[in-house]
Design a protein around this ligand. Structure first.
Ligand code: AFP
Length: 338
């Protein structure tokens, strides 16, 4: 019998004591994702393609769909009664809940539309979310409330808008996947107990940045590229979709490693990806599927954020590969590099 997201969360409440307020929040997130999915599906017909003519806090040009998705997310979670604050990639400051909405015990951080450069070419994109506890639930939340390590997350996930719309979720007890039934608008549980194998034969990295990488990353990638003839003794395949959601989705389905290392271009930026609404939720998913996620030097989930929009280097996926490339960083830092 197929289980809807609603029924799955009810089962989690009964079996594992899932907080009904968290259920309400996740239901609101799923409603937001559904609304975004409908916009994405209609594309040019809904007038949602192209640039918005504005830029976000990161100085990146916003697409219309970035702005639309952000508005949908904010509206849905603010009215859930489950949060006391929101953090979005698209908004500089943390957002409090409006006066006419009840306040709840959670904080939510989200990237409403990941992979913006894929929007206009009709390639997979997604939304990513991370739920943290709010230590002192109150209406006027501040940045400091969000500055918790990813280990504190009580739920995390993403929704991918690809050939199918799929919602992938962890509550800290494994990873589950739901597929949106477009005929009923219901998310149906289609995969449980998602696991990432320790070994891998596929990697994802933007090789155009190779000249800027640190030595341990250059060493690791060079060994992968040598294939059967090199120290690794086997061939590796490569993929790059330019949307972390799609890369992580592939890894959860068929393994591999995804990397966005820090590089020498701008030393004030430790990587491109954002810790709180990209790296942390994806790391919680990957760890819950038996994989690993590090900055090259420490587990991503142990990083204590200093700023809400902070960036971080990311190596995640198959544990064997993540451990190897992390070891190369540690050897290099200790001056033991070959
Ligand atoms: P956008 O959402 O701004 O397009 O960025 C997507 C992303 O943060 C991540 O999802 C991709 O893995 C990565 O950037 C792609 O970066 P490059 O364009 O440098 O390859």
């Amino acid at each position: 019998m197929s289980l809807s997201l609603h029924q799955y969360l009810a089962r989690e409440e009964a079996l594992h004591g899932l907080d009904p307020v968290l259920t309400r929040l996740l239901t609101s997130v799923s409603e937001a994702c559904k609304a975004i999915s409908f916009k994405v599906r209609n594309g040019a017909l809904a007038g949602v393609l192209g640039a918005a003519g504005t830029s976000n806090v990161q100085g990146e040009d916003q697409k219309k769909l970035d702005v639309i998705s952000n508005d949908i997310f904010v509206e849905a979670v603010a009215r859930s009664g489950a949060v006391c604050g929101m953090l979005s990639e698209e908004v500089e400051t943390v957002m409090s809940v409006p006066e006419d909405c009840p306040v709840g015990p959670y904080l939510i951080a989200f990237d409403p539309l990941d992979g913006s450069s894929n929007i206009d070419i009709n390639v997979s994109i997604g939304s990513i979310f991370s739920v943290l506890p709010c230590v002192r639930p109150k209406r006027d939340c501040v940045e400091a409330d969000f500055l918790q390590p990813g280990r504190n997350q009580v739920a995390a996930g993403y929704c991918m808008y690809g050939p199918q719309t799929q919602l992938v979720l962890t509550l800290g007890r494994g990873v589950v996947m739901f597929t949106l039934d477009p005929t009923t608008g219901t998310f149906i549980l289609t995969r449980e107990d998602v696991r990432v194998e320790r070994a891998a034969k596929e990697f994802a990295i933007n090789c155009s940045n190779m000249r800027h990488w640190e030595a341990p990353v250059k060493r690791y990638i060079a060994e992968l590229l040598e294939g059967k003839t090199g120290v690794r003794g086997k061939d590796f395949n490569m993929r790059w979709i330019a949307a972390m959601v799609a890369e992580v989705h592939r890894i959860l389905q068929r393994g591999g490693i995804f990397m966005y290392p820090r590089d020498h271009r701008d030393l004030s930026k430790p990587g491109k990806l954002r810790l709180m609404y990209e790296a942390n939720p994806m790391s919680m998913l990957i760890e819950n599927a038996g994989g690993a996620a590090t900055t090259g030097r420490q587990a991503i989930l142990d990083v204590v954020p200093e700023k809400v929009h902070q960036r971080v280097a990311v190596f995640l996926g198959a544990a064997e590969e993540v451990e190897l490339v992390t070891g190369y960083h540690l050897e290099s830092d200790a001056g033991m590099e070959r």
